[in-house]
Design a protein around this ligand. Structure first.
Ligand SMILES: Nc1nc2c(ncn2[C@@H]2O[C@H](COP(=O)(O)OP(=O)(O)OP(=O)(O)O)[C@@H](O)[C@H]2O)c(=O)[nH]1
Ligand SMILES: [Mg+2]
Length: 254
């Protein structure tokens, strides 16, 4: 088992996973940590950081599309299939990086990663080469407008945790782009409170939301949801605190 903490960035398309790998990586380097940045997206045309390992060296969706005459989604599915068979190679490369944090950027089409075996193989591999693995479920602040949005995204986050069997915490990115993030939604305790209020007002729908909030609150390892901006750098210290807290509880960090 190596010395790095593996941080897996997952989330819907365009929420800023790659930008956060860049921003959080730069922040960690500023704190004196050694950081490995890993691109696992075979379809990325551009990544906003210099990858220490880039999966496009093994398989590029664009090349597959041209070679096999496939459309964009067909090429992606094929690229992911090829990758599943070569995760060992990826992990050998990652295990060889002498770093404190491995920041792993996953495909923009979340379903191609999370729903398929690639994610399970990657997590297995990371367990072997890292001393702790934390998932970050990145969401976009503009999609979190009320307790309903929040409960939905929290449930997605819990679903990813269930699928990958690692601790996954939610992170709200792009806070610079919204006037405000609804208050009362930052901690699970607050979410429970809000959900109970909605519960009183909304019948069966409210009851479902309250139950969802309860499940999320029971299984989340993080005390609160970091609000961050990959663009301005705000909130990255909070994000680090959560990553550290969760990595400590799942690995052997002291
Ligand atoms: N305002 C603002 N824009 C951001 C922030 N983070 C990312 N973006 C923008 O959001 C867009 C998507 O960012 P990416 O980092 O490519 O997002 P991603 O989740 O990696 O996208 P895919 O891999 O394509 O799914 C880009 O235009 C970024 O400049 C942020 O904190 N604030
Ligand atoms: Mg990306």
């Amino acid at each position: 088992m190596g010395g790095a903490v593996g941080v897996l960035f997952v989330g819907p398309a365009g929420v800023g996973k790659s930008s956060l790998v860049r921003a959080y990586g730069d922040w960690l380097v500023g704190q004196g940590f050694r950081v490995g940045r890993v691109n696992l997206d075979p379809a990325a045309d551009y990544v906003p950081y210099a990858p220490d390992f880039d999966v496009r060296k093994i398989v590029s969706a664009r090349e597959i599309a041209l070679r096999e005459g496939l459309g964009p989604n067909g090429a992606l599915v094929r690229a992911v299939e090829v990758l599943v068979g070569r995760v060992g190679e990826v992990m050998d490369a990652l295990g060889g990086l002498d770093v404190d944090y491995l920041l792993i950027d996953t495909p923009g089409q979340m379903e191609l990663f999370v729903f398929r075996d690639l994610s399970l193989r990657v997590v297995d591999g990371l367990r072997r080469v890292c001393r702790g693995v934390v998932g970050l479920f990145v969401v976009d602040a503009s999609l979190v407008r009320d307790v309903g949005d929040y409960a939905f995204l929290a449930l997605m986050c819990a679903a990813v945790q269930l699928r990958l069997d690692i601790d996954v915490v939610a992170v709200v990115n792009k806070v610079d782009a919204v006037d405000s993030v609804p208050s009362g939604l930052r901690t699970w305790v607050e979410l429970l409170g809000e959900a109970s209020r909605v519960l009183g007002e909304r019948g069966a729908y409210g009851e479902m939301m309250a139950r969802v909030a309860e499940v999320v609150a029971s299984y989340s390892k993080a005390m609160y949801v970091p609000l961050v901006s990959a663009r301005t750098g705000e909130g990255l210290e909070d994000l680090h605190r959560v990553v550290h807290e969760v990595a400590c509880s799942c690995g052997d960090l002291t």
